[in-house]
Each structure stands twice: as C-alpha cells, then as structure tokens.
Design a protein around this ligand. Structure first.
Ligand SMILES: Nc1ncnc2c1ncn2[C@@H]1O[C@H](COP(=O)(O)OP(=O)(O)O)[C@@H](O)[C@H]1O
Ligand SMILES: [Mg+2]
Length: 462
C-alpha cells in the first residue's frame, strides 16, 4: 500500500498529421495540451474518485500513473519511489478498464492465475523471506545466516536451483495426468491459494471453470476485478469500470467495489464521469475539467461548497440553477420586481459587487412553491416530471420588469414534493431558502463564500 503523489503534471500529445480536427483551439500541426498543473496527493489506503466530463483527460491521467504514457512535465511518486522512469510492470499498480479484456480461450481460473504466475516467483521469494524471519524469531534470534559460512550458503543456493529444475520437469511431465495425481509445485500452490481467496472474496468460486463467453457482463467485470486484486498491487487504478453494466448491476457492483476497497485498504484512484459514483464511492473527489483540477474535497463538501460554477453545475442532478441578479450593499439582490434581503453574513464578501451583476446559484431542491410576494420569483411551468418519490418542474422565470409584455427568461429546474399537483402552463411563485444559496463571480465564475462559512481551499496546493 502506498501514497500516490502527483506534482505539477503536464501532458501534451504531439500533433497527429492525418487529422484535421481542431481541439480546444489547437490546429493540426500544434500539439494537444491535455493536462495542466495537476497536483494531487492520494493518501495511503484512500479511495479517490476522479470525475469530469468526457474528454477532460481522466484516462490520460490514469495512464500516466500506470506508466502507459510518459509525462510531459512533473513528477509521480508511488510510496517513496519516483516512478516517472519505471516501466508499468515495475510500478506495482493494477489497472481495471472499462473494457475488461479477459482472455477468451482461458477459464476464469486461468484468467486470474495468468498474471499471477508471472509474479509468483516474487511472491515465493517473499514468502520464503517471511518464513525465514518467523524461523529466526522462533529460534530466539539465532539467524539462519548466522549458522553457516559462505560455503554453506552457496551449497544451499545450488541445491535450491537443482530442486527448482527438477520440480519444473515434474510439473511438465505430470500435466497430462488427472488433476488429483498431478504434482503441484510451490509456485502453483501459491497461485492456487491466491485465486481461491480472491474468488471467495468476490463470490465467484462457482465460476472458476467457466469461460468468459459463459459469463454475464457483471460476472466478467468481477473476474476482471479479481485479476487485479489477486496481484495484490500497491495501487488500484480503475477507469470507468462499471459503464458497461446495466443500472441495477452498476449500483450493486458500486457497493461491492467500495466494500472491497475498505476491506483491502489498497490506495485506489477511480475514474468516472458519473456523478452518482462520484458522490457515493470516494473518500474524496477530484473534479477535473479541460485538463485541470477544479476542486478536491470530500463529496458533501463538493456538493455544499462548490469552488466554482463548473463544479456547482457538474455535481448534482438535475444541476444547480444559475440566475443573473443585481446586488446592492449591504445585502439586497434584485431581478425585475424581485427583491430579497440576504442573511447579514454575506455583506462583507459581496461588498465589492455593489451595483453590479452576480450569479445566484440555487439547487433544484432548495426552491419552494410559495405565494405571490416580491421576495419570491414568478415562473411559468413548462413541463412536469413525476418520478413517484420526487417531482421535477422545468420552469421559465417571468420578469415583470416590462409591465405589459411578459419577458420569459431563465430556465430553471425545481424539485417539489410529488403530492403537490402542478399543471403545465401554470404560473407559480418560487421562494428560496436564503441559507442554501450560492454566489459566483460573473467573470471568474469562482464561488463567493459568506463570512461565517469560509471555505476550505479549493485547490490542494495553493
Ligand atoms: N494518444 C493521443 N493523442 C492525441 N490526443 C489524445 C491522445 N489520447 C487522448 N487524447 C486527447 O486527450 C483528451 C483527453 O482524453 P482522455 O484522457 O481519454 O479523456 P477522458 O478519459 O476524460 O474522457 C481528448 O481530447 C483526447 O482526444
Ligand atoms: Mg476515459
């Protein structure tokens, strides 16, 4: 297990000559800057979710950590090791992809065992070391090395090597025998133990003899997870591993991955574009947009105190509503006839916006259907969506500034209790809970926080 540290990571790809596509203003013969200034520390054993819209650079970042791509700038540490120069196989990282490619011609058992065998030599050495240490302790500190001279050591090495060759021969020649009669090498015993343990953990013991084509999508995904877990890596990287599953299986597997991660305590970086996964799985969430980190915080902190408009809109479904309002010191916001006095703790933070425009942010659940009043906003219901437990209204604000012609403007989403029957076309008055509002600077789109409620730093290292 290990901490993962990303320090000021940049990544750009050289231009692809065959393509005339312009990406984020980059022309054909310019390189594409995919990641900028990424600094992030994932603590030992932590579950970090990396979330962002498609194309923002999530997979690229994972591939950099895994060593499948080289960084353009910056450093990556896993544990105490700088891994920039290390091959993927030397990094002790396991990656689970969206398209969990299992080997189709191998059984589930073999799929999990395959990578392990390559590793098993190392495991065996580790176990031997472990046994040696136990032995030393058992003998009251009299170390093995202490007993013999160099000659004895060499002899032991030679004997071990000869035994190993003899064993490999035995295994090879016994392969054709029925299972019970086969000779099982130490290495194969270790592999078998690991496979069986992992299968138990994931409850796929009964599937070990099946082939991938005989499995459902969810079962295949578990095998892919099993293959990664069996390797006992220091770090798990998962790239949208659930996106091929149907909704029910997705939520089951989601819970299972969280449980496994807690149980195994392996540092995990989990990539998704799914807001529910972001809110429910991680200890912390890093929100990525256009190759940059927008905010790193615990899920509820991200939800309750988004650092900027992008995060506010991206996390939460339906997204937060944004309305342009005018601000007047000390604490008044207006829009047409609408006038609302804010709680006092906003006054100092908003002072510099006196007479200027501000972006007001309100989540769909923080509106209420209310009575006509200037502190409420009039709106017309465009359509309704009743989900049984919740009901959503899509409304347009009605500005009454121009007395005769109603000017219908901003679209809003409002969550109401399903018992409230509202018809399409109806006019409603919306009140908002002043304790649950957000403000954003119209130019920088950064969040403005009221005084008593000062935020944690949106960026980890600034
Ligand atoms: N090998 C590559 N060469 C050029 N551009 C690439 C390469 N790989 C990814 N990109 C670009 O980098 C951006 C981020 O891609 P990716 O990391 O796959 O995003 P995400 O996983 O967040 O959807 C995309 O615009 C993509 O086209
Ligand atoms: Mg991706």
């Amino acid at each position: 297990m290990a901490q993962v540290v990303l320090e000021d990571i940049y990544k750009s790809f050289p231009p692809r000559k065959s393509e005339g596509v312009i990406y984020q203003g980059a022309h054909r013969n310019e390189s594409v800057n995919v990641l900028r200034r990424i600094s992030l520390t994932v603590e030992d054993g932590e579950f970090m979710v990396l979330v962002g819209p498609s194309g923002c650079g999530k997979s690229t970042l994972l591939r950099l950590i895994a060593g499948l791509e080289d960084v353009t700038g910056g450093n990556i540490w896993v544990g105490n090791r700088a891994v920039n120069q290390l091959q993927p196989s030397q990094r002790n990282i396991a990656m689970v992809f969206q398209n969990y490619a299992l080997y189709p011609h191998m059984s589930v058992y073999e799929n999990i065992a395959f990578g392990l065998r390559l590793q098993a030599g190392r495991i065996q050495r580790e176990e031997e070391k472990e046994r040696g240490r136990e032995g030393e302790m058992g003998r009251g500190g009299e170390g093995e090395m202490g007993r013999g001279g160099d000659g004895e050591k060499l002899l032991n090495q030679f004997l071990n090597k000869s035994l190993k060759i003899a064993e490999d021969l035995l295994v090879a020649s016994a392969k054709k025998l029925p299972k019970g009669l086969r000779y099982v090498s130490d290495k194969e015993r270790i592999v078998n133990e690991r496979v069986v343990n992992v299968a138990k953990l994931l409850q796929i013991e009964k599937l070990l003899n099946r082939y991938p084509k005989e499995l459902s999508g969810g079962q295949r995904q578990r095998v892919a997870l099993g293959r990664a877990i069996a390797r006992n890596p220091q770090v798990f990287l998962m790239d949208e591993p659930l996106s091929n599953l149907d909704a029910k299986l997705r939520s089951q597997t989601r819970a299972e991955i969280v449980r496994l991660q807690r149980q195994l305590g392996i540092t995990t970086i989990y990539v998704t574009h799914d807001r529910t996964e972001a809110m429910t799985m991680g200890d912390r969430v890093a929100v990525l947009n256009r190759g940059q980190i927008m905010q790193i915080a615990a899920p509820l902190e991200i939800y309750n105190r988004p650092a900027n408009r992008f995060v506010a809109e991206f996390i939460g479904s339906p997204p937060m509503n944004f309305i342009e309002v005018k601000f007047q010191s000390p604490c008044l916001i207006t829009k047409g006839d609408f006038r609302l006095t804010l709680p006092e703790n906003w006054s100092s933070a908003l002072k510099k916006y006196n007479g200027r425009t501000l972006i007001l942010g309100v989540r769909p659940e923080n509106w209420n259907l209310s009575l006509p009043a200037t502190k409420n906003l009039p709106a017309q219901v465009e359509w309704t969506e009743n989900l049984g437990n919740d009901s959503y209204l899509a409304v347009k604000l009605i500005e009454t500034k121009f007395e005769k012609d109603y000017l219908v403007t901003d679209d809003l989403q409002v969550r109401v209790s399903p018992e409230k029957l509202v018809n399409e076309g109806e006019k409603v008055w919306l009140s908002l809970n002043p304790e649950k509002i957000h403000f954003f600077d119209p130019e920088t789109e950064l969040a403005i926080f009221p005084k008593s409620n000062s935020p944690s730093l949106p960026f980890e290292n600034s």
